[in-house]
Design a binder for this molecule. Structure first.
Ligand SMILES: Nc1ncnc2c1ncn2[C@@H]1O[C@H](COP(=O)(O)OP(=O)(O)OP(=O)(O)O)[C@@H](O)[C@H]1O
Length: 318
C-alpha cells in the first residue's frame, strides 16, 4: 500500500534532550492514523518535522514522496495542518476568512467563494457564514479551521488536538466529518490526541509514543493481541453473591478449566482471563454451582486498557 507519510530513523534533539529518538513511522494513503502519547512525548516535534518547520538531526522524512527537510514549501502545499488553536481575522466573517485563504492558494475570486460556501456547508457553518469570526464559539472556530485547511485541497491533513475545548456533541460531529471526508476523498489523516476514546472511535491505526519513541503501532486488535497475548479473551460473569468472603469454591473450579489463566473477583462479578474462548465452559460451571448467574459476556480490550497497561505495567489477576 502506498505510504503518504514516511519517517525513517528520525532523531531530533533540543540541547542534550532527545525529543524524538530514531523514529520509524509510516502512514498509508487514505488511512486515519492516531498519534497518542503523554505530554512531552515528542508528538508536536514530529509533526513540525513532517511539515518542514524544524529539521531532524538525523533520518529522512517524506510526505507525499517529498522530502520535508529539502522541500518544505512543496510539502506545505499538499498538507493541511490544523493546530489546537487556529488564528483567524476576527473582525472578518467566516466566509471572508475562507475566501482569503483560497485566494492565497491561487484560486480565482469566484472559485474561492464557491469552494468556501461549499465547505461552510459541509462543516455546518453555513448559517454563520456572514458572522464575524470574533463571535464564533471554540467549536465553531475549530470547524472553520477544518474548512480553512480543506480549502486548499490537501492530500494529507494533520490535526493536533483538534477537539480540545469542544463540547461532546460538537466533538462527535467534528470526528464524523473527518471520517466522512477521509472515506469520500481518500484523504490521509494524522490525528494527534490525548483522548483515547476519540482516537479509538475514528482511527484505523494507532501509534503510542513515549519519550520520543514509538513503542507500539497497529490496529487496536493488533495492539491488544501484543499486550494481552496470554489472555486474549476476558469473560465477565455476573453472580448473585452477597457474602463478604470471595466465592472460593467456584473460583477454584473455574481455575481448573484448561485455557483459563486467571480468575478475579470484584463485587458481584468474576473476571476470567482465558487464552481461548471458554465462555460455554464458564457458563456450565457457574450453573452447576449453587450461585446464580446474572450475566455473561466477553469483554473487548479498548484503548483505555491498552494505554493503561503500557504505562502502569502488567496487572496480575488474583
Ligand atoms: N523548542 C523547544 N526547545 C526545547 N525543548 C523543546 C522544544 N520543543 C519541545 N521541547 C521538548 O521536547 C520534548 C517533546 O515535546 P513535544 O512538544 O514534541 O511533545 P508532545 O508529545 O507534543 O507533548 P504535548 O502533548 O504536551 O503537546 C519535551 O520534553 C519538550 O519539553
Amino acid at each position: 500500500m502506498e505510504e503518504v507519510i514516511e519517517l525513517k530513523g528520525v532523531t531530533k534533539c533540543y540541547g542534550s534532550l532527545k525529543a524524538v529518538d530514531n523514529l520509524d513511522l509510516a502512514v498509508r494513503k487514505g488511512e486515519i492514523y492516531g498519534l497518542l502519547g503523554p505530554n512531552g512525548a515528542g508528538k508536536s516535534t514530529t509533526i513540525l518535522m513532517m511539515l518542514g518547520l524544524t529539521e531532524p538531526k538525523t533520518g529522512t522524512i517524506k510526505v507525499c514522496n517529498i522530502d520535508s527537510t529539502v522541500n518544505p514549501i512543496e510539502v506545505k502545499r499538499r498538507v493541511g495542518y490544523l493546530p489546537d488553536n487556529v488564528g483567524f481575522y476576527d473582525n472578518q466573517t467566516g466566509l471572508e476568512n475562507l475566501i482569503f485563504t483560497a485566494k492565497l492558494n491561487r484560486a480565482t475570486w469566484t472559485e474561492a467563494r464557491d469552494r468556501a460556501l461549499d465547505l461552510l456547508n459541509r462543516v455546518g457553518l453555513i448559517d454563520a457564514a456572514n458572522k464575524k469570526v470574533g463571535t464564533y464559539s471554540r467549536g465553531m472556530r475549530q470547524r472553520l479551521g477544518l474548512a480553512d485547511v480543506l480549502i486548499k485541497r490537501p492530500e494529507v491533513i494533520i490535526l493536533d488536538e483538534p477537539t480540545l475545548g469542544i463540547d461532546p456533541s460538537g466533538v462527535k460531529a467534528f470526528l464524523d466529518l473527518i471520517v466522512q471526508l477521509s472515506r469520500e476523498q481518500g484523504l490521509t489523516v494524522l490525528l494527534s490526541s490525548h483522548h483515547l476514546h476519540q482516537v479509538q472511535q475514528v482511527c484505523d491505526r494507532v501509534g503510542i509514543f513515549v519519550n520520543g519513541k514509538l513503542i507500539a503501532n497497529g490496529t487496536i486488535p493488533e495492539l491488544s493481541k501484543q499486550l494481552f497475548s496470554s489472555e486474549v479473551f476476558t469473560v465477565e460473569a455476573g453472580i448473585a453473591w452477597h457474602e463478604l468472603e470471595k466465592p472460593h469454591q467456584l473460583m477454584n473450579d473455574l481455575g481448573k478449566i484448561d485455557g483459563i489463566n486467571s480468575v478475579k473477583y470484584e463485587q458481584n462479578r468474576l473476571l476470567i482471563g482465558c487464552s481461548t474462548d471458554k465462555t460455554a465452559a464458564i457458563a456450565r460451571t457457574i450453573v452447576r454451582s449453587d450461585i446464580d448467574l446474572t450475566h455473561l459476556y466477553q469483554r473487548q480490550y479498548g484503548l483505555d486498557e491498552i494505554y493503561q497497561r503500557y504505562f502502569e505495567g502488567e496487572q496480575k489477576y488474583v
